[in-house]
Design a protein around this ligand. Structure first.
Ligand SMILES: C[S@@+](CC[C@H](N)C(=O)[O-])C[C@H]1O[C@@H](n2cnc3c(N)ncnc32)[C@H](O)[C@@H]1O
Length: 343
């Protein structure tokens, strides 16, 4: 059998395309981490001498190759000698730059050692961890896309006190509480709690929001005065971490405790990404296969939307709404306890 003449070329192009994606991602990620893309997205000219000065780099020419490379790849254009700006393509991508952190940068410490994880030489959580700071930074920059849906759910429910489990930077909670609702943010990570307290201070919401460092997987252990009067619980991008850490039974147990805490008149709004039901590789899916892969090696487990609905049901809750969220191809599931949660 003769091999078509272009077969080798196509195969080679395939690999070159992967390399192009890798280097373009790394170049964009570097400029994102250095705060350059944020300035570009705000419409600022990117002047190499000024950037070099800010970074403490003696020679601005040292920066030029990466900026020129991003011109070739279409994200930047030149607007003068050593002055660049985002191209139309770069500007269109700019609301989504946070994904560079959440999808790549935060997991770089893990995937740069993936061979060692696969061969068992390293163990996730002991030897390597994702970058928590980069995850929260990426999510924070993307969160505006989620603000509307979740805030409307909370305000529409007439809730008076909302508790956000795994609150991260607490930007979402601050947005929700800006309308007058009282809030409690819970996160087990001390640096997230510090950022969350800073958000609350900056927004002038100290009299309305309390941040607690604690385990959201055990809501019964949270201080009584914090949970008292809570009639809405929000959990955004946390339950899939609990699913891996505590298993399905542990997650249902937590949902049941949430139902008991809320009582019949309260409600839960959870935001999650639906895993694929069919695990066959689907090349045309742009987001979920990578998202699933990085979760598999970092102690997390995505579940399909139907499984979340089933777990809520087992925990004694009725799903009253499922809304699309314009972030991470996620959904917002709203549930209320039925007739008091089963004990
Ligand atoms: C993926 S981030 C989501 C942050 C925030 N909800 C958002 O949507 O931007 C998950 C957050 O949950 C926190 N977290 C993870 N496990 C937790 C636990 N068992 N109890 C409390 N917080 C937890 C992490 O520290 C992190 O801030």
């Amino acid at each position: 059998m003769t091999v078509p003449e272009n077969a080798a070329i196509d195969g080679q192009d395939e690999i070159f395309k992967l390399a192009k994606g890798y280097y373009t991602t790394k170049a964009l990620l570097a400029l994102w981490r250095l705060g350059v893309l944020e300035r570009g997205a705000a419409g600022e000219d990117l002047e190499l001498p000024a950037i070099a000065g800010r970074l403490g780099v003696g020679d601005p020419a040292h920066l030029r190759p990466i900026f020129d490379y991003l011109i070739v790849r279409g994200y930047l254009e030149r607007s003068g000698q050593d002055v660049y700006r985002l191209s139309e393509r770069g500007t269109a991508a700019s609301p989504y730059f946070g994904y560079l952190s959440t999808m790549v940068g935060a997991y770089e410490p893990v995937f740069s050692r993936i061979e060692d994880l696969l061969s068992g030489r390293l163990v996730y959580g002991q030897d390597v961890k994702r970058s928590h700071e980069e995850m929260v930074r990426g999510l924070t920059s993307l969160e505006d896309r989620m603000m509307g849906t979740v805030t409307e759910v909370v305000r529409g429910s007439g809730a008076r006190k909302v508790m956000d489990l795994g609150c991260g930077s607490a930007r979402m909670l601050a947005h929700i509480c800006a309308g007058g609702v009282r809030g409690v943010g819970v996160d087990r990570d001390p640096s997230s709690c510090a950022v969350a307290r800073e958000t609350v201070r900056r927004e002038g919401l100290q009299d309305r929001i309390t941040i607690i460092e604690g385990d959201a997987a055990d809501v019964t252990s949270l201080p009584r005065e914090a949970v008292e009067g809570v009639d809405m619980i929000t959990v955004m991008f946390l339950l899939h971490e609990i699913l891996r850490q505590r298993g399905r039974d542990g997650t249902v147990r937590l949902l049941r405790e949430i139902a008991e805490l809320l009582g019949e008149s309260g409600s839960l709004a959870m935001v999650e990404v639906s895993g694929t039901v069919d695990h066959a590789y689907r090349e045309n899916q742009l987001f979920v296969p990578e998202y699933e892969l990085l979760h598999e090696y970092t102690n997390q487990r995505l579940a399909a939307r139907e499984e979340w609905e089933a777990m809520a049901g087992e925990a004694g809750m009725k799903v009253v709404d499922v809304l699309p969220v314009d972030m991470c191809q996620a959904f917002c599931l709203v549930a209320t306890p039925i007739g008091g949660a089963p004990r």
